[in-house]
Design a protein around this ligand. Structure first.
Ligand code: AKB
Length: 325
């Protein structure tokens, strides 16, 4: 299916951190009526609800999901619904059900109705045996978390559907995503978002990973760009499917705090590592080699730590001053 023919799309997990901003960006590009947002139970924000069609659906219920795709004449699914790493450790069965069975349903619907699919993977596919510095595209995938296991399985399932059934499925391994519209829910990298909100709200933050914890990260505008650019890339150039390494920056929690302090000098950060999330963070890479994504579809991030921090502080500061934070 060529990108020119994709006019109507569905975003699952549209109430979540990435889904909410991705939906708005796609509506701006393709027209509000052509982008259907779908959430599970959480009510959509007024911005999401009022800017185009919204539906409730449980991705583990194939018939409901398929009915929605047929009703709206969907041609592509951005499948953002997922349980993230920290919640996945607290609720491993739910994590398997949503992340594996939900994806299986999406791929089956794509196979039956000839849809294109975006399926996000994550740096959680890597584990302690993976090289932690400049982690290559092709490397050891032996995660220790249920979330990571579902993401490795998801990548392999996507490859299988592409090879066996010719489903046009694409995806990237997201690093931690930092944003100021919808808070993330239940991830290990959530501290890198919370820290900005608390810097503005209370001038204090207790960080749940050690000061020297380094992880790969990306600002939301780059995340949206990576997602849409890959979906619109010329299929002939793509040698991979749903497993492209992408990154924008890497920093320690301490370096992040120091960058924020340049804008909020009185900001105080203390560190009280949470054993579960610290162990997850310690099993993930520190820096990522994303040269394959750069070569095959022109991936290029725009924001580094300084540019992202200026933007985050300006945006959150404005909302705080207006009484909206
Ligand atoms: C998480 O921390 O679980 C996510 C991810 C890196 O996939 N943000």
């Amino acid at each position: 299916m060529s990108s020119a023919r994709i006019r109507r799309m569905l975003v699952t997990g549209a109430v979540g951190q990435i889904g909410s901003e991705l939906t708005i960006a796609l509506r701006e590009q393709h027209g509000p009526q052509n982008v259907v947002a779908a959430g599970h139970r959480t009510a959509p924000s007024p911005a999401l609800r009022d800017s185009g069609p919204f539906e409730f659906v449980d991705v583990t219920q194939k018939d409901d999901l398929e009915a929605l795709a047929i009703k709206h004449e969907i041609q592509a699914i951005y499948h953002m619904a997922a349980i993230l790493s920290a919640v996945g450790e607290a609720r491993p069965h739910l994590c398997w059900d949503v992340n594996v069975n939900g994806l299986y349903n999406v791929l089956e619907i794509a196979r039956e109705h000839n849809l294109r699919v975006f399926c996000p993977s994550s740096i959680a596919v890597f584990g302690p045996e993976t090289p932690a510095d400049n982690t290559p595209q092709e490397t050891v995938l032996r995660p220790r978390t249920m979330y990571g296991i579902t993401k490795v399985g998801g990548e392999l399932l996507c490859d299988y559907y592409a090879r066996r059934f010719d489903v046009d499925v694409r995806g990237v391994r997201y690093p931690g995503i930092i944003s100021n519209v919808t808070p993330p829910g239940g991830g290990t990298t959530d501290y890198a978002v919370e820290i900005y909100y608390e810097a503005i709200r209370h001038r204090r933050y207790e960080c749940f990973v050690r000061e020297d914890t380094v992880l790969p990260m990306m600002y939301m505008p780059d995340c949206i760009k990576a997602t849409i650019d890959l979906m619109e890339a010329d299929a002939k150039r793509l040698k991979h499917r749903a497993d492209y390494n992408v990154t924008a920056m890497s920093f320690s929690a301490g370096e992040l705090a120091a960058e924020i302090k340049k804008h909020v000098p009185e900001f105080v950060v203390t560190y009280r590592p949470d054993p579960v999330r610290q162990a997850i963070a310690d099993s993930w890479p520190q820096t990522i080699d994303d040269s394959v994504a750069r070569a095959e579809w022109g991936w290029q991030p725009s924001y580094d730590l300084a540019a992202m921090t200026s933007d985050m502080i300006a945006e959150l500061g404005k909302r705080h001053a207006e009484g909206n934070l």
